[in-house]
Design a binder for this molecule. Structure first.
Ligand code: S3P
Length: 433
């Protein structure tokens, strides 16, 4: 699918966004291990989170509701059933990595895989700790999906993560739920902590001391009523869009502002962006608030490196676009993880910047895009990656003519409503071909 996008005169209005992808996955998986009916409202509409529900259904979990309000009937830690065929994680790294922690502790074998992009993503990072806990997993070429997981009684573990990854941390903590005794995970830098918050909500005993998280195995998890905040990583596209396009004034309602996710707001504010959060509330242990943002005639630019890179990892594609229009440009380092996301995001960012005439220098672990560059209308390629499609759609709003996004359908992995929301806000009808 192609989307044709014209320059926008402003981005103005009030929007709501789909439920947070990270939180939706976790609520669904934990609800499946809890006892009773968990009601989840504002569950993500993205294809990734639908993949999680599909896998859980194949494991015998009953559900009601089709849209964003769902009920998951859990029957406790040991109630999953052997699937009759392969589990399909689609495009979703979160689904395969997190669910593998649960599959590793079952009394049955399972096989989980996904689409072409997922089949190229490394799984050694979860296979190693799960093997140390007693599970036997086979992978294509020893590291790629599909994974054949035998299922075994698991031993607790005290594990130090070699890479900062909330998916791997979650995988080990989920496996730890099924093991007798205490499982600990130490992370090199603090990653998003939705798993810790959600597990506590469901009644698990979990302690956090700096970067070390410990979970007591075999807890009784109780069903809950939960509401998913809007996804800050989806909001990032519209925040940057509003900053770029003169005359913009935008309010985004009910956004998840968990401090382990909200580095984006500090980073943009340090660049000179005017973002306000009138009020904050806590919902199921997660901070939530409305965001207002307006156009900024100049943003400074900056450097993303070290632990900040991990904190902004999903927002880097759209920040690259802002970097080109900023005063001082944007440098990104310590980001080699970007090369093994849904696509090689460093390559696809630099390539798409080049398509609109923006110079950028590529490094093995990042890139530098000088500031004060003109954005020219172009034909962009999503490379099948939702965040690349949406980042360059935002760039197109500030270009000097009509642009085209090829592979625009990939946005639906996290944000199926993206194109409609964009055309409503920008006051244009984006033609779809
Ligand atoms: C996620 C963690 C991050 C992030 C991904 C979602 C999560 O991946 O990029 O979009 O929900 O835990 P890593 O764990 O690989 O860093």
């Amino acid at each position: 699918m192609q989307q044709h996008i014209c320059p926008a005169s402003s981005l103005t209005g009030t929007i709501t966004l789909p439920g947070d992808k990270s939180i939706s996955h976790r609520y669904a998986m934990i609800a499946s291990l809890a006892e009773g009916a968990t009601r989840i409202s504002n569950y993500s509409t993205g294809a990734d989170c639908r993949s999680t529900l599909g896998c859980l259904r194949s494991l015998g979990i009953e559900m009601e509701g089709e849209g964003t309000d769902i009920v998951i009937h859990g029957k406790g830690l040991d109630a999953l059933q052997a699937p009759s065929g392969d589990l399909d994680a689609g495009n979703s790294g979160s689904t395969i990595r997190m669910l593998s922690g649960i599959l590793a502790g079952q009394r049955f074998a399972s096989r989980i895989g996904g689409d072409e992009s997922l089949s190229r993503r490394p799984m050694q990072r979860i296979m190693r700790p799960l093997a140390a806990m007693g599970s036997r997993i086979r992978a294509r070429e020893d590291q790629y999906p599909p994974l054949e997981i035998e299922g075994a009684p698991l031993q607790p573990i005290d594990y130090t993560l070699p890479v900062a990854s909330a998916q791997v941390k979650t995988c080990v903590l989920f496996a730890g739920l099924l093991a007798e005794g205490e499982t600990s995970v130490t992370e090199p830098v603090r990653s998003r902590d939705h798993t810790e918050i959600a597990l506590r909500e469901f009644g698990a005993e979990i302690t956090v001391e700096r970067q070390r998280i410990t979970i007591a195995g075999r807890p009784k998890l109780s069903a809950r009523e939960l509401s998913v905040p809007s996804d800050l990583s989806s909001a990032a596209f519209f925040l940057v869009g509003a900053l770029l396009v003169p005359g913009s004034q935008l309010t985004i309602v009910g956004v998840g502002l968990n401090p382990t996710r909200s580095a984006l707001l500090d980073f943009l504010s340090a660049m000179g962006a005017r973002i306000r959060i009138p009020e904050l509330e806590s919902r199921n242990g997660e901070l939530v608030g409305d965001l207002t943002v307006e156009h900024s005639s100049s943003v400074r630019g900056g450097t993303i490196e070290g632990s900040l890179t991990a904190a902004l990892i999903d927002e880097i594609p759209v920040l690259a676009v802002l970097g080109a229009a900023s005063e001082e440009g944007l440098t990104v380092r310590d980001a080699s993880e970007l090369r093994i996301k849904e696509t090689d995001r460093i390559r696809s960012i630099v390539d798409n910047l080049g398509r609109m005439g923006v110079r950028a220098e590529e490094f093995p672990d990042g890139f530098y895009v000088p500031g004060r560059q003109k954005l020219r209308a172009a034909e962009f390629d999503s490379y099948g990656d939702h965040r690349i499609a949406m980042a360059f759609a935002i760039a197109a709003l500030a270009c000097d003519g009509e642009s085209v996004i090829h592979g625009a359908e990939s946005a639906s992995v996290s944000f199926p409503e993206f194109w409609d929301t964009l055309s409503r806000l920008a006051g244009q009808t984006a033609a779809t071909r």
